[in-house]
Design a protein around this ligand. Structure first.
Ligand code: UD1
Length: 423
């Protein structure tokens, strides 16, 4: 059974790495079983990794491959940035050639970025023969809904789910949403969260990051590092177009953070989109524009944007280290809401909604809105909250294994009749 997996943008990499590991583990196991009893009893999985190149910088893509021990992509489409239409169309054109050459049995797409919807859509319409045979489409992280169609990701999620044949769901709200949209329950599989698989697998390794020391976030240093404690600090990420593509919105959010910045350092790894926009708006984030040079400009508490330390985007392990040691995280990311839930770190989400309601139900996340007053109020509430770990169902590090089990079941039962109608 040949599986083709698509990655494109930063949040895809940690979702795919555990799936590739689980595929490798499955293949190792059947080889061992075959050696032990003389014959393999289940299907061998062949894997092809396609990188669309939606994200292309070392800090947005390359470093994640080493941190997550991802194999080098078998195919790189080299798409790069563009408008939504141009980027999606370019991915579709180049990916169609690849899927027609590779002829996989299953295509796995993850998350909600433009690469996800582009490749799902192409796969849903290709045909390998006159009978209309095409690969099955498996969507990992299916069913999430913000109910906000101004978000490009919401459109990507809806379209991808509705052309997919297998839907792997991370939280119960996903099942409810898909049911409401009339999707057959038979194609839904509540498997858990592969991004959390990565987090649990690498949480320990993240302690080897030197970022806390580089950023001066240790207090009470003893000799040879003994007795060093981590200082209280906040971690901030902002990149949603709705927040950073508009001058007033961005300024409002920065103003909402000033009070927090007087209390503790705010570490802000600045996304390329945010860096670009703030420059255009003349908002001085004090960012080193050379993305490769990881320098930071510390502002004293009470400075124009509070005590903010602006750094370039971080690799997976460095970011995980800063996240797990933070006192509070302020973000507009989707995935970080989930990671902080798993780590029990209070999170303030600078958005009007979330497609990941389980993070709010578990109590670590507050949807703060985007006005300066509501951000301040949410930060005050979260600053008093004690660390609390109540992990959502199936976020146990085994989601990818469950996905591979489903794929093997499909491959074993239907190997010779993989058809779009399969459920
Ligand atoms: C994309 C995803 C978003 C995801 C985010 C994570 C879509 C619609 N959006 O948004 O869901 O949360 O990735 O980062 O798919 N740039 C670089 N280097 C890179 C990539 C981008 O400098 O490697 C710059 C370019 O100037 C580009 C801008 O960042 O124009 C935005 O990149 P783009 O891929 O369009 O969207 P993101 O905002 O990153």
């Amino acid at each position: 059974m040949k599986i083709l997996t698509v990655v494109g943008a930063r949040p895809n990499f940690m979702k795919v790495a555990p799936i590739i590991s689980a595929i490798n583990a499955h293949n190792r196991k059947i080889t061992e079983d075959a050696a032990a009893d003389g014959h393999g009893t289940t299907v061998q999985l062949q894997h092809v990794l396609v990188h669309t190149g939606q994200h292309y910088d070392e800090i947005m893509s390359g470093s994640f491959f080493s941190d997550l021990a991802l194999p080098k992509p078998d195919v790189h489409l080299g798409i790069g940035s563009g408008t939504h239409a141009a980027q999606t169309a370019e991915i579709m054109k180049k990916y169609e050639e690849i899927v027609m050459t590779e002829k996989p049995d299953v295509v796995i797409v993850v998350g909600d970025v433009n690469s996800t919807v582009a490749c799902a859509l192409v796969t849903s319409k290709v045909s390998f023969d006159s009978a209309g045979t095409r690969p099955l489409i498996a969507h990992v992280e299916a069913g999430l809904r913000s109910f906000d169609r101004t978000m490009p990701e919401e459109i990507n999620r809806i379209v991808t789910d509705h052309v997919s044949d297998l839907l792997f769901v991370t939280e119960e709200s996903g099942l409810t949403n898909l049911n409401r949209e009339g999707i057959s329950p038979e194609i839904m599989h509540f498997v858990g969260n592969t991004m959390i698989d990565s987090l649990l697998a690498l949480k320990g390794k993240a302690d080897s990051s030197t970022k806390l020391d580089e950023l001066g976030l240790r207090s009470q240093p003893g000799q040879n590092g003994e007795g060093k404690k981590v200082a209280r600090y906040a971690l901030l990420t902002l990149h949603r177009p709705a927040n950073v593509d508009n001058r007033d919105s961005l300024q409002n959010i920065l103003d909402g953070l000033q009070e927090l910045g007087k209390e503790c350092p705010i570490i802000f790894p600045v996304h390329p989109r945010t860096r670009k926009r703030s420059k255009e708006f003349g908002i001085d984030l004090n960012v080193d524009v050379d993305a490769k040079n990881v320098t930071c400009a510390r502002q004293e508490p009470g400075g124009s944007h509070g005590g903010m330390t602006l750094i370039d985007p971080l690799g997976y392990l460095d970011f995980l280290c800063l996240m797990k040691n933070a006192s509070i995280v302020v973000t507009d990311s989707g995935g970080i809401q989930e990671e902080t839930t798993c780590l029990g770190i209070p999170c303030v989400t600078v958005r009007e909604n979330t497609e990941r309601p389980v993070t709010v139900e578990k109590g670590t996340n507050i949807i703060a809105g985007t006005s300066r007053e509501s951000i301040r109020a949410a930060i005050r509430t979260q600053s008093q909250r004690k660390a609390n770990v109540s992990v959502p169902m199936h976020w146990d590090g085994k989601a990818a294994t469950r996905i591979v089990e489903v794929l093997v079941r499909v491959g074993t039962n239907q190997k010779h009749s993989l058809r779009p109608t399969l459920v």
